[in-house]
Every structure is written in structure tokens, then in C-alpha cells.
Design a protein around this ligand. Structure first.
Ligand code: TXA
Ligand code: MG
Length: 324
């Protein structure tokens, strides 16, 4: 069983000897391994049960180090990096051959990010290699926002989980790529679109889901709990019932036991709601309910990214899928 602790030195030792380790970030916990070591990368895919066509994000601690892994940084990418790193933003940039093809699933671009978590930044500074880290959940399940979430699902396969407390942002990073210097958002996430557009002007968003992704990124049945989840339309009420669960934004719904409901933010704060989203979904998943209703969030700030997660979670997970 994984040990949970706050010992950076221990995490460093495991990583230097080619092991994978759970690490905290401000978005979600990651399953980290040496990004330059193909055996460590293979182990990440194996532990997550992740298909090899779904590439990994490379994490490091400075823009200087990022420039060692890429061949070029388009102007809008530089502006975003300077404005938001460390932070919940991932940039897709042309990779140097130093980054193994396994990390990028053979793509010419590598996803890079400087996470904003003091413990993990310290760890990254102490290492002489970057860390590849997908979210530390079994492929297709809800991302972990605490060390205990990681232990619950991957604990028997990971020797150590570095505990940095509950993730402050709570949803995965926003992913931005560039074609001919034109920015495109491939995943909505913890950095709001409005903030990105305030720095580089309008960006296109291409996050449509597919169950057979050519370009990796977004699978339709993703972030799913085991219980069926139904995303309500704005203003729609859930069907009442004793064996119904609900994820509400500001206040619980009538007609459903209070103990079967989780409220994301009583004050209507979308950042607070994002921080609570995945933990609430996990809790609802453990209740004796047959169906979970989710209230849609306002489509501003982190609300759009949360609605995207809920839409994907509401696709019933194919139980016989080889990816689960
Ligand atoms: O917040 C986050 O981004 C977290 C923390 C741990 O940093 N990580 C995370 O990783 O969410 P993961 O592997 O669960 O999601 C990464 C996404 C995947 O959908 C993958 O397809 C996409 O990034 N991605 C990675 N490299 C890519 C590339 N070269 N081109 C296109 N998409 C890429
Ligand atoms: Mg993930």
C-alpha cells in the first residue's frame, strides 16, 4: 500500500530510481514519473490503464527549463506563460527530441506546464529531469483532488503519495495549442477563458468529444463516476425520490433526501464550486442511490470547464471498454 506523507526527499528518491509517485498540484493530483525515462513513462500508462495514444503533460519549474524541451515558443504562448505560470495552464509546443515520443504519443508537440504548488515546485527544482504526470486516477474516472483519493484508487501500485493538501483549483489545467501562431483551446480547465483572452485576445475553442480520438485530448466518456449521472438543463428540476442523488450549485433541491445531495458553493462562487466538484462527485458515487442529477453551472469563469466535465461524466461509462 502506498505511503502518504509530506517528505519531498522520499518522493525524490523514488522518482530518481525510476518509480512513479503521486504528487499534488493546484489543479488535481498527478501520477508522476521521470519524463525522460521511457520505463517510467510506460509504468505511468500501465498504472493508469491508459491507452498509449493519449499523451502526457510534462511538468517543470521554470520557463528556462521549458525552453530546453521545445524548439520554439510562439509569441502568444510566451505571453500566456509569462502571465500565468506557475498556474493551471498547459501549452502545446513543438518538442525537442530529448522528450521521448512515448510522452507525446508520437505527436510533434509536447504539453508543458509549471504547476503552482509549493511542495511540487520544490520537488521539481530538486530534480534534474522534468516530470510527466497525468491525473492520478484510473483512466476514465474522476480526477483526484486529495492524496487520499489517489491512495483509494492507485494505492496498491504507487509506493509514495506526496500530500500537499486538497487541490486549490480542483479541475485540470486549461490546454492551449497554436497553429500558425493562432491559439486554440483544446481543453477548458482551471484557467478561465476570459483570463486567457484578456492577455492574447480572442481564441478558438475546439473541445468536441469523440470516443475514438484521432487528435488526443477529449474522450466523450471521461471523468465519469460509476453511478449514472444526468446533467439537468438550466432551470430544470430533478425527479424526486429516496434513491436519487444530486449535485447542486448553491442550494439543495426539494424532493431528494438532503443526505443524498452535495452543494458546490452556497455563496455561488464558481472557484469554490470547482474546488469542491470532484470530491463531491466521489462522495455521491458512494451513496446508495440509483441516479445522480447534476445542476449545470453558469457558463462563465470556471463554470464552462465544470459544465464540460459534467457533460462528459453524464455519458454512461462503457463497462466493457478496454480502457477502463
Ligand atoms: O491539471 C492538469 O493538467 C493535470 C495535472 C496533474 O497537471 N494533468 C492532467 O493530465 O490533467 P491528463 O493526462 O489527465 O490530461 C492531459 C491531457 C490529455 O487529454 C491529453 O490528451 C492532452 O492533455 N495532451 C497531452 N499532450 C498532448 C499533446 N502533445 N497534444 C495534444 N494533447 C495533449
Ligand atoms: Mg486525466
Amino acid at each position: 500500500m502506498a505511503q502518504i506523507g509530506t517528505d519531498k526527499g522520499k518522493a525524490k528518491e523514488f522518482l530518481e530510481s525510476g518509480n512513479v509517485v503521486g504528487i499534488p498540484t493546484e489543479t488535481v493530483y498527478g501520477l508522476a514519473g521521470n519524463a525522460l525515462d521511457t520505463n517510467a513513462i510506460l509504468r505511468i500508462f500501465q498504472v493508469k490503464n491508459r491507452p498509449s495514444f493519449d499523451p502526457l503533460i510534462v511538468h517543470t519549474d521554470s520557463i528556462d527549463k521549458v525552453s530546453q524541451f521545445i524548439t520554439d515558443i510562439p509569441e502568444p504562448a510566451r505571453k500566456l506563460a509569462e502571465a500565468f505560470w506557475p498556474g493551471p495552464l498547459t501549452l502545446l509546443l513543438p518538442k525537442q527530441s530529448l522528450i521521448p515520443d512515448l510522452v507525446t504519443s508520437g505527436l510533434p508537440s509536447v504539453a508543458v506546464r509549471i504547476p503552482n504548488h509549493p511542495l511540487t515546485l520544490d520537488l521539481l527544482r530538486s530534480l534534474d529531469f522534468p516530470l510527466a504526470a497525468p491525473s492520478a486516477n484510473p483512466f476514465g474516472y474522476i480526477s483526484p483532488t486529495t492524496a487520499q483519493h489517489v491512495a483509494d484508487q492507485l494505492g496498491d501500485q504507487v509506493p509514495y503519495i506526496l500530500d500537499g493538501g486538497p487541490a486549490g483549483v480542483g479541475i485540470e489545467s486549461t490546454i492551449v495549442g497554436f497553429e500558425n501562431n493562432l491559439p486554440t483551446v483544446f481543453r477548458l480547465g482551471g484557467m478561465a477563458l476570459e483570463q486567457i483572452e484578456a492577455v492574447i485576445g480572442s481564441v478558438s475553442v475546439r473541445t468536441h468529444s469523440t470516443s475514438n480520438p484521432q487528435a488526443p485530448g477529449m474522450l466523450s466518456s471521461h471523468y465519469a463516476p460509476r453511478k449514472p449521472l444526468m446533467l439537468l438543463s438550466p432551470g430544470e428540476s430533478p425527479q424526486p425520490g429516496e434513491r436519487i442523488g444530486a449535485l447542486a450549485f448553491r442550494e439543495p433541491f426539494g424532493g431528494i433526501p438532503i443526505s443524498n445531495q452535495r452543494v458546490l458553493s452556497p455563496t455561488g462562487d464558481l472557484n469554490e464550486a470547482a474546488k469542491n466538484l470532484f470530491a463531491c462527485l466521489r462522495e455521491l458515487d458512494t451513496l446508495s442511490v440509483d441516479l445522480i442529477y447534476a445542476e449545470p453551472l453558469p457558463n462563465t469563469g470556471l463554470g464552462s470547464a465544470m459544465n464540460d466535465r459534467l457533460r462528459r461524466a453524464s455519458v454512461p461509462a462503457p463497462t466493457a471498454s478496454p480502457f477502463r
